[in-house]
Structures are given as C-alpha cells and as structure tokens.
Design a protein around this ligand. Structure first.
Ligand code: SF4
Length: 306
C-alpha cells in the first residue's frame, strides 16, 4: 500500500514551529472564525476578482458584492475600501499577469513535499517572474523580514519546480502589506541552498516525529482548544512547576506570558512579585513594575545579572 505523502504548507510549518503538539492536532484546533481572518479572506477575494477581471471591474463594487458573504465588520469594510483603492495602482499590476490564487503542490528534488497558494504571479520580462503575497493585516514589514520570509521561499521553490516556469532565470519575491508599500527581494542561489537544507531537516522532523511535544507558552495558548491534551498547560498552574524554573527561565516566561495576559493574569502577578522579591534579596536591577510591565535595568528576556 502506498504511504500517504504529507505536503507541508507555510502555515502548517509555522504552526509546527509555534507548537508541535498543536500542529499534530490542528484538525480539531484551528479557530477559523475571527474578525481578522474574515477581513483577510474578503480582501484577498476582492483583489483576486479584480485581477481576474483584467482590471475591468470596479473594485469598490467587488468589495460591496462580497461584504455580506464574508460577514466583515462595517469599520473593517470602510477601512478596506481605502486599502483596495490603493491596491489598484500597484506597479506590478501593469505587468503580464500569469495567475492569481495559484494552487501549487509538488515534491522538490530533495524529497520535501510542499504546497501553497500564491496570491499573484506576474511576468516582469521574459527572464523574470515576480511572486507577490498580500498581507491584509496591520503588521509593518522590513526588507530583512522579507529576506527571511519562509513563505516566499516555499513559493519560489514551488514555482521553480514547475515546467512552465523553467525558462525564467530570476524570481523577485514581494510582500505587499496592502496598507503600506510593497517590499521586494531577489533571493539568490546561496540563500536558497541554505533554505533547502533547513526545509529538508524540518520536513523530516515534522513528518517522522510521532511524539510531538507542546511548546509552552506561546501566543496560541490563549485560544488553544486542546489544553486537555497539553501536560505543560495543565502543569503550569502547579506551584512546583514554576518553582523548578531558574530565575532567567522565569524572566523569559514572564515576557512570553505578557502576550497571554487576558487569560493568565495570575501568572504575571506571580512573576512580578517573584522578581521584586528576587531583586530585593539579590541586589539585582529591577527598577519598576506596574500591573503588566516589569522593567529590569540593562536586562531583557532572561538576562538577570547579580
Ligand atoms: S496550550 Fe499552548 S503549548 Fe499546549 S498545546 Fe496548546 S498551544 Fe501548545
């Protein structure tokens, strides 16, 4: 019997990196119905329809026609209209559009099976392709973030693997945060070799490891639906679990927990008191603290010095 091939997408790799146990149980765990996801799906749909109509359609009409279907908030809709009006002036839309929302799935020559959906692919000239990924959120990107972006590197390798794109020598990788200006990089061969080594190692880890462990705490713990399967989550409330951590580990934990403050206030309070006490006893540099902030002079993320 043929073994089922596991295809990894950029989002499943990110989920694994955030919490392997959550990745293993993703089918029961991913929370789909959030305001931002609905807004993102709506914005992607509007750009896709606009591009597929060869820019003949009025993007604001497209926006209105999808408003109810995606059930987005009125404020987001009004804000999204401004974003879409900017989108239609993007320089890359002047080039030859090769496709939008292109679903690719392939096995690379190193045996890594990948899949992904490319928002937009354009031909800059007969030697150059541009892969564009839209981001509908409020996050601000820098060139170094684009350079490191794993999602674009996955797309690049998927594109390079397709017979129909083999004649292109250069691939430009672009992130368009929609509400800010797009940023592009050309990912060179040396970078790509390093990436292929990394993804190959990652693929083996993800697909062969049957005992995927939680990575506690992480930002997904706040909405996690499998806390009943997570021993670390169950244990963290137990006093001895916290006692076992050394002070630097506690400090690191404190900063991570700040992202989870809505459900884990009691832990922030616990750490705040612990650090004040620790500073008092050890003459360290805790200089101030308030409800959620703890300032430690000359220190950040697990670097308490005596
Ligand atoms: S509670 Fe956090 S660490 Fe545990 S499985 Fe859920 S996301 Fe992972």
């Amino acid at each position: 019997m043929n073994k089922k091939i596991i295809y990894l997408s950029p989002s499943s790799i990110n989920l694994y990196l955030t919490c392997p146990l959550l990745y293993k149980n993703k089918k029961v765990d991913i929370k789909k119905d959030s305001r931002f996801l609905r807004y993102g799906s709506w914005a992607h749909k509007c750009t896709e329809e606009y591009v597929k109509s060869d820019a003949k359609k009025d993007i604001l009409k497209i926006a209105k026609s999808n408003f109810t279907k995606y059930d987005i908030d009125l404020d987001d809709f009004l804000d999204g209209q401004k974003v879409l009006k900017r989108f239609i002036n993007r320089e890359y839309l002047q080039y030859k559009i090769l496709g939008s929302e292109i679903k690719l799935q392939d096995i690379l020559s190193n045996g890594v099976a990948l899949r992904g959906i490319i928002d937009l692919l354009v031909e800059r000239d007969h030697e150059t392709l541009e892969v564009i990924d839209y981001k509908s959120g409020w996050k601000f990107y820098t060139l170094s973030m684009i350079n490191k972006n794993m999602q674009l590197k996955v797309y690049k390798n998927l594109v390079l693997n397709q017979e129909e794109y083999k004649q292109y020598k250069n691939i430009i990788l672009t992130i368009d945060p929609l509400r800010y200006e797009p940023l592009s990089v050309v990912h060179d061969e040396v970078d790509n070799e390093t990436f292929l080594d990394w993804i190959s190692e990652m693929y083996t880890k993800i697909t062969k490891d049957n005992d995927l462990k939680p990575n506690f705490p992480n930002p997904f713990c706040k909405g996690c639906h499998i806390t009943n399967l997570c021993e670390d989550y169950k244990n963290y409330n137990k006093f001895d679990f916290k006692l076992k951590m050394d002070v630097n580990k506690k400090l690191e934990h404190y900063y991570q927990l700040k992202n989870l403050k809505k459900v884990l206030n009691q832990d922030l309070d616990y750490y705040k008191e612990f650090f004040k006490d620790y500073a008092h006893k050890n003459n360290t540099d805790v200089v101030s603290s308030n409800k959620y902030e703890l300032k430690i002079k000359n220190n950040y993320m697990g670097l308490i010095k005596k």
